[in-house]
Design a protein around this ligand. Structure first.
Ligand code: ADP
Ligand code: MG
Length: 470
């Protein structure tokens, strides 16, 4: 980005040797972090690196165990989100906090309402001030529009406008582009430029390294709760960033695979789902990874559901190890030796409120029952084996899955299916929404499964992923 701040200038924010632990996890371990006035400072790291915790300490959500926070060189004591707001630190949340039936102007001055000032400020004046703020951000929206009528990107800008109207000195954006189109990202970057020009600093958290490198002045990398380093965006390469985040050379991400055998282990012939999939056929050899791709809505997710017995088919047959299997339900699929890593792990793959161990054994319960009673010792032994084998980062087998990172949740789903000892593993978008390090691990696991002689169907809309794996 243009004009990086002068290094000699006094930092707007300094966080010094900040530490924070949760039961079983050192989330932050003596982390230093600083932001210059008007700087866009990106915070990157794999899931679980400590980014959110650092920001939550800064914004008074969590107390720190140790360390110090200085604003404009003066120590500050931030005990609540309100303290942080009063100091001009504002967070743009991933889930917006706008009120749908109120207008843009009313939302921008929402906090002002809460303190009862609005009764005394004429609506016209509020709308006028809202218009001013929106104009400085380059947003052409009528302040009288109800928020419900705005796109996600516009709502996000209203959130930013609200922060600006509250005299924010530092705005924190956590994955701000997750739901934006390319054009909307461009517009957001324009707004970030406008914030910089006003001297407002931005902490930008994102997994998208290309974006980070385009928008940030400096980048701080965290790993396992520790500071790995700070780099100027103009002077760091993408691969160096990945190496810093992951802690090992990137080449290992693309570790080579081996040759499949000639035996067709999984055969899908002429499968038809009325109105969705027409006459789909393919086969996968033992030890082979076959990729399936297509634009969103091309039918691949219906094909996956059909293979797994989750939707009725009108034609076709499925063979595992040469044997024809009638698959009319997911239970049939599991019995036939097919495991499915779902696209939507939160809704379909996991019971978030249950422990890691219970989730791992969920699909293979039959194996752990003894006279109708669950054999918890066996359950824990099997779960512990997978936690080790897949390197699932969890403080305990009894940890609720809801508290694990996305990448680790995905590994729990994988463990759940591996516990059923499948011959065929179908993975639908296995790396969607997980960060680059966890991706590398999932790829490594896919290779490992192929090497064990499983047949793998990899459904992905990411072409580079398919090219490197299938
Ligand atoms: P990031 O935002 O970089 O993905 P987080 O700051 O969310 O990382 O998490 C850092 C570590 O702290 C992770 O191991 C996470 O599981 C743990 N953690 C975060 N919040 C809590 C919490 N409220 N309770 C227990 N552990 C937590
Ligand atoms: Mg986070």
């Amino acid at each position: 980005m243009s004009s990086p701040p002068v290094a000699a200038e006094r930092p707007l924010l300094e966080m010094k040797r900040v530490s924070k632990s949760f039961p079983g996890v050192q989330a932050l371990d003596g982390v230093d972090f600083s932001v210059q006035p008007g700087e866009v400072h990106a915070l990157v790291g794999e899931n679980g690196a400590g980014k959110s915790t650092l920001v939550k300490i800064l914004t008074g959500v969590y107390p720190k165990d140790r360390g110090e926070i200085l604003l404009n060189g003066r120590p500050v004591d931030i005990r609540s989100p309100l303290d942080a707001q009063r100091l001009g630190l504002r967070v743009i949340h991933q889930e917006f906090t706008l009120i749908n039936h109120l207008s843009v102007a009313e939302n921008i001055f929402l906090d002002t309402f809460a303190t009862g000032m609005v009764g005394r400020v004429p609506r016209r004046q509020i709308e006028e001030r809202a218009r001013e703020v929106l104009t400085t951000l380059g947003l052409d929206v009528d302040p009288r529009t109800p928020v419900a009528g705005l796109t996600v990107a516009e709502q996000q800008i209203v959130e930013i406008a609200r922060a600006v109207s509250k005299e924010a000195v530092l705005i924190i954006m956590d994955e701000p582009t997750a739901a934006l189109t390319e054009a909307e990202v461009e517009r957001l970057f324009g707004i970030i430029g406008a914030l910089k020009a006003r001297g407002v600093a931005v902490i930008y958290i994102s997994h998208k390294l290309d974006e980070v490198m385009a928008i940030a002045d400096r980048i701080t990398v965290l790993r396992d709760g520790r500071l790995v380093g700070v780099r100027r965006a103009a002077e760091v390469s993408r691969s160096e960033l990945v190496r810093m985040m992951v802690g090992r050379p990137v080449e290992q991400m693309f570790a080579r695979r081996h040759r499949p055998s000639d035996e067709a282990l999984f055969e899908v012939s002429h499968v038809t789902v009325p109105g969705r999939v027409y006459d789909a056929s393919f086969f996968v050899r033992r030890g082979e990874v076959v990729g399936i791709t297509g634009l969103m809505g091309a039918g691949q997710s219906w094909l996956v559901r059909a293979i797994f017995g989750a939707v009725p088919t009108s034609a076709g047959d499925i063979r595992v190890g040469g044997r024809r299997r009638a698959i009319r339900s997911p239970a049939d699929a599991v019995r036939a030796g097919i495991g499915l890593l779902t696209e939507n792990r939160k809704e379909e793959g996991l019971v978030l409120s249950q422990a890691v161990a219970a989730n791992v054994t969920l699909a293979s319960l039959g194996r752990f029952g003894r006279l109708g009673l669950l054999d918890h010792g066996e359950e824990r032994r099997v779960a512990a084996g997978f936690v080790r084998q897949l390197d699932i980062r969890t403080p305990a087998l009894s940890q609720e899955v809801a508290y694990l990172s996305g990448g680790n949740q995905q590994k729990v789903v994988l463990a759940k299916w591996l516990a059923t000892e499948p011959d065929v593993v179908v993975m639908a978008e296995p790396t969607r929404g997980i960060d680059v390090g966890a991706k590398a691990e999932i790829y490594r696991l896919i290779d490992g499964l192929a090497r064990q002689g499983k047949a793998i169907v990899l459904v992905s809309s990411e072409l580079p992923e398919l090219r490197s794996r299938a």
